[in-house]
Ligand binder design. Structure first.
Ligand SMILES: *Cc1c(COP(=O)(O)O)cnc(C)c1O
Length: 368
């Protein structure tokens, strides 16, 4: 890759393939894979990532909102797309774009059946979610009979899958809870399938579920963060490759005296003569203000330069007093050396949040 001459997010499609193959190697041949490409494929580029994964014959895509699914259809994605968190206001659009809704409570189930009847659908694929302990979205175990009788009252829709979501699949100390979730899910699906008279696809695992609970892979798994190179553990991170590298350039160097301040509100005061650098990336690009005032850092020629003062909308200033560098040098915010997980940890957050915050104005470049 040529040296960055502006702020760019570099997406390594070979790394994406590596991660896909690694996750796939954990599964039986007949377990399908849903690639979770919500939030611009975790801040990368949903269209390019989905097109690439479609070529690798991924079985399903999942996104959170309807407009994300429409964007994938507009980008030429023909693979089935599960909308994880749809709202009734979008049900017509969902059908128009052949998207498949998660129906998670009686209100949305009835609303979707109404639209399916109005538009004369038959066996339109839908997904039914059960809550097994996350307490976020989904019918409850004791709703099974009502859900099935409502489903059996119409042939406009057909259940493509029944699924649930694990609350703490990455946490070793929550194994008992997770195993209980899996057991509850097994009970629900057994009863559901018996009552409805056919066996929908069954899935509960996210990335950490795939890695930690092989007995729960069932018919399909849903992976997001793993595809992007993180496994929620140091051990698993060794097997995966971060696909995104956030790079920028050193715009200007300043030499300041002891007692001078840097940035808005004069938040940083130098305690000695210092050399500082200004870099064109700020909170509007996704580097939150939490990274300011010495918490976060960037790499310049392989060395750590800590962010001094407040993060501005379009810039950060870093301390380069002991770094050999010049204007125009490349700056790495995160990538393979300092990973997004490493940088996220400096502000007590997680890679998911840092990655998905990278704003749309940051240019994406692709390497394959
Ligand atoms: C986001 C999401 C996933 C993906 O989780 P990862 O930890 O990124 O693999 C899977 N299932 C549901 C329901 C989700 O919301």
């Amino acid at each position: 890759m040529p040296k960055a001459q502006e702020t760019v997010l570099e997406i390594d499609l070979k790394a994406l393939k590596h991660n896909f193959d690694y996750l796939k190697s954990k599964l039986n041949n007949n377990t399908k894979i849903t690639a979770v490409v919500k939030a611009f494929a975790y801040g990368s580029d949903a269209a390019v990532v989905a097109q690439y994964l479609q070529k690798l014959n991924v079985d399903y895509f999942a996104v959170a909102y309807t407009n994300e699914g429409i964007a994938l259809r507009d980008a030429g994605i023909t693979t089935p797309i599960l909308i994880l968190h749809p709202q009734p206001v979008n049900f017509k659009l969902i059908i128009e774009h052949c998207l498949e809704p998660n129906l998670y409570n009686a209100k949305v189930l009835n609303a979707f059946i109404k639209i399916a009847e109005e538009t004369q659908q038959s066996n339109y694929p839908v997904h039914i979610k059960f809550n097994t302990g996350l307490n976020r979205l989904g019918f409850w175990e004791n709703d099974v009979d009502d859900v099935v009788s409502r489903l059996n009252s119409t042939n406009t829709i057909k259940v493509a899958s029944v699924f649930s979501h694990l609350a703490a699949s990455e946490a070793k100390n929550e194994k008992e809870f997770t195993v209980a979730q899996i057991e509850t899910f097994n009970t629900i699906v057994a009863r559901f399938s018996k009552k409805i008279g056919y066996t929908p696809t069954k899935h509960i695992c996210n990335t950490s579920g795939i890695l930690n609970y092989p007995e729960a892979h069932f018919d399909m798994v849903r992976t997001g963060i793993g595809l992007y190179g993180f496994g929620n553990s140091k051990m698993e991170d060794l097997h995966l490759k971060p696909i995104a590298t956030l790079k920028s350039i050193l715009s200007q160097i300043h030499h300041i005296e002891k007692g001078e301040t840097v940035g808005y509100n004069r938040a940083y005061t130098s305690d000695a003569p210092k050399k500082t650098a200004t870099i064109p990336i700020g909170h509007a690009d996704g580097v939150s203000r939490h990274y300011g005032n010495g918490k976060g850092y960037v790499l310049i020629n392989g060395e750590k330069a800590s962010i001094i003062g407040n993060v501005c909308m379009d810039m950060i200033m870093v301390d380069i007093t002991s770094i050999n560098c010049e204007e125009g040098d490349e700056v790495q915010i995160f990538g393979k050396e300092t990973t997004a997980e490493d940088l996220a940890r400096t502000t007590n957050t997680i890679s998911y949040e840092l990655l998905t915050a990278i704003s749309q104005r940051v240019k994406r470049v692709f390497r394959s």
